[in-house]
Design a protein around this ligand. Structure first.
Ligand code: R5P
Length: 295
């Protein structure tokens, strides 16, 4: 065995699926939490090249624990430390929107850059930033597409045939187009105006023919569900026949899934990048393909 694969307890299931495909045993990091809330990770025996699986949804505590663990891996001789973080956090704050704010995307990328030699992630939310690599000075970056896991999954499901693929806003055009091209289907995006964290207004732009179509809504992230619930309502009002939803990263804050169901979603799925209760589309195969060169 030439590499080690380590993970934290909450990622045991998706990391285990990856370990099986890489034919590598999975070892778990143990973490002690002190009464004052500080954490002390203890990493298992490692190899000179060690892969670390840690998705960084709900990121604040996870990031600190991960950076401490990275120090521990270096101290026991790991020379190449590869982070497999299917969800990369803080990517949406890619500029100062109002005076007094940080550019969180750069701060978080800088922390990971200082600790890891390679970052493998899935559909990072890059809007104004042209490439993930431009955020890192040292670490190599590999971006895996959630669509590559979704497309084969959809081919054997009832949700693709004849569907119109729709992104809820201009930023989601890249994900919608990728899935549509992979399945040979037409796609379009809605027009979105965000008025607050949980308040968005959407409309169907002229030329996007929705009436009578089964629709597959595709986006990179669902957090509160405000965007997708508004999209579902807008598409239903425009005459969509059925509405299926796929997001790469189901953060499902608030009661997002219930919110989407009551808006009228017929099927809701997400990749297994975050621990979540929707139907799961596993990423293990596409992640394993990206990691083959480490073995
Ligand atoms: C933003 O541009 C993202 O792609 C998602 O549309 C957004 O993060 C979803 O957030 P929420 O579910 O809270 O509307």
């Amino acid at each position: 065995m030439s590499i080690a694969l380590h993970a934290f307890e909450e990622d045991r299931a998706p990391a285990g699926r990856l370990a099986a495909l890489l034919d590598t045993p999975l070892s778990l990091v143990q973490t002690h939490t002190f009464p004052d809330g500080e954490c002390l990770p203890r990493v298992p025996k490692a190899m000179p090249t060690t892969l670390v699986y840690r998705s960084l949804d709900r990121p604040n505590a996870k990031l600190v624990e991960l950076l401490l663990a990275a120090d521990a891996w270096r101290r026991i001789g790991v020379r190449r430390l590869v982070l497999v973080a299917p969800y990369l956090p803080y990517m949406r704050q890619d500029k100062v929107f109002s005076e007094g704010e940080p550019v969180s995307q750069r701060v978080v990328a800088g922390l990971l850059d200082s600790a890891f030699d390679r970052i493998v992630t899935v559909d990072p939310h890059l809007h104004r930033t042209k490439s993930l690599a431009s955020l890192f000075n040292h670490a190599e970056c590999t971006v895996v597409r959630g669509g590559d896991a979704l497309i084969p999954f959809l081919r054997s499901s009832p949700f693709a045939a004849g569907s119109l693929i729709v992104g809820p806003d201009a930023e989601s055009e890249q994900w919608a187009r990728y899935v549509a091209e992979g399945l040979g289907l037409r796609h379009g995006v809605l027009a979105k105006q965000r008025r607050g964290d949980r308040d968005v207004v959407l409309s169907v732009p002229p030329g996007l023919e929705v009436h009578g179509a089964p629709v597959l809504l595709v986006d990179d992230i669902c957090s509160t569900g405000a965007t997708l619930a508004a999209a579902i309502r807008t598409l239903k009002a425009a005459g969509a026949k059925t509405i299926a939803v796929f997001v790469t990263h189901g953060l499902w804050t608030d009661a997002a899934i219930g919110y989407l169901r009551s808006a009228g979603a017929d099927w809701i799925a997400a990749s297994d990048s975050c621990n979540q209760p929707a139907e799961e589309v596993p990423l293990a195969k596409v992640l394993a393909a990206a990691l083959r060169n480490e073995i």
